[in-house]
Write a protein that binds this ligand. Sequence first.
Ligand code: GLY
Length: 470
Amino acid sequence: MVERVGILVVAYGSRASAVIDALSRSDNYDTHFYVADRQHNPFNLRYAEEHVVIPDLDVAKIRDFVDANKDRIDFGICCPEGPIIAGVRDVVERDTGVAMICPTKRYAIEASKASQRLLLAECCPEANPRFKVFHRDDYGYRSEAELKDAIWKFLDELGSEVAVKPDKPTAGKGVGVWGDHFTNREQLFEHFKSIFESGSDVIIEEKMEGEESSFQAFCDGRNLVPVPDTRDYKRAFDYDMGQNTGGMGSYKDTKDWLPFMDRHDREDEERIVQKIFNALRGDGDGSNDGLRGMPFYVAFMHTREGAKILEINSRPGDPEIQNVLPVLKSDPVELCFSMIEGNLSPSKLECDAKATVVTYAVPMDYGGYRESYSGDRKVDLSGVYRLKEKYGDDLRVYPGSMELRADGNTYALGSRTVCTVGIGDSIEDARAISLDGIRHIDGALWNRWDIGAPHYIARSVERMKDLRRG
Ligand code: GLY
């Protein structure tokens, strides 16, 4: 008999639509959704039994929503990092008794990039670049000349090829990289100062050259079960031009690693993440359910010296999880219960050996495409939904930063509007479906055309070979 299950989803962007879509396909459970959303997302509204708009995703308001529905909610999932950092799991579990799938506040690892670097220095120094943290308390009272002196000294040791980062979550923004954002020390200093003045400590670290992969793993606090690797496209424009964004799209191959990697690279990633997990989990009985959910979204850079970590987050990647959830073979609700009950195992997380490509369509004023846009923001998805008659479940459409208004139409807001996921036997097949989907969206939006493109992948493969020959 199919059992009823009530699920809270704390939603932000297309990632949440993908989570709801996956869970709604459970064969073993009759799913009912309670969505705490940033806006009237048209997809989430269609699925929600109860829907509340909480624009700032304030934890107390989410708790109140859960409390009002707690007799009908079996567990909750939090997708974005903001509420995780603010302690949504701690507060909801304490005040309502509803189990949450996400780490506790203590394990919101993205809250401090400096703490991440210090943790990695302890447990897997081989995956850390050389770095130094400049604390405002140490330097704030000194003169500009003294501060420059300290920075120059470090750059003399390291070489000028560095990244300059604020010690806080940046959503892909605020990070300055030598060669991209500055080309001399004075410009670097200006970037440094702007971070100091925004109230944050600063990390300067070695710039890592190589090819990126996104590694994600589900966790029940005792067992870590990784999902296949994906490649995110962070830059706004084709050929990786333009500014950093939240991610314009991503691809996944038919196996667990990416075309420029081999099995050993993937094993290195798994070994490194296991070390981080062991360090955080601590001793005792080997279990720490504060680490439930997806405590390790790890952005790796595969360099000449091996796999290094760019950053870690305590939630699924967006768009990266949209590459994975549509090809999940195991029952998604069972997977959630196994994370809560502490009996997660690889058999709970089987994926079809399919390639997937995610492409985001974004508004004209996103990512530096236009300085401003004053035109109509109406977006009509009916054309792309009709295309599902041709592709069936090999095309998925996940609305993100868009809302349904009282006039019955949907409108783009400020961030990534909607993504299309193509599923195929090869990256090329999946890309063709994803892009066909994009072409059938009616609205003033734009997108990258090279997500998963053969020329892009060939370049990654060549670059990796060059680095290894190096
Ligand atoms: N796509 C990058 C992230 O989710 O952090």
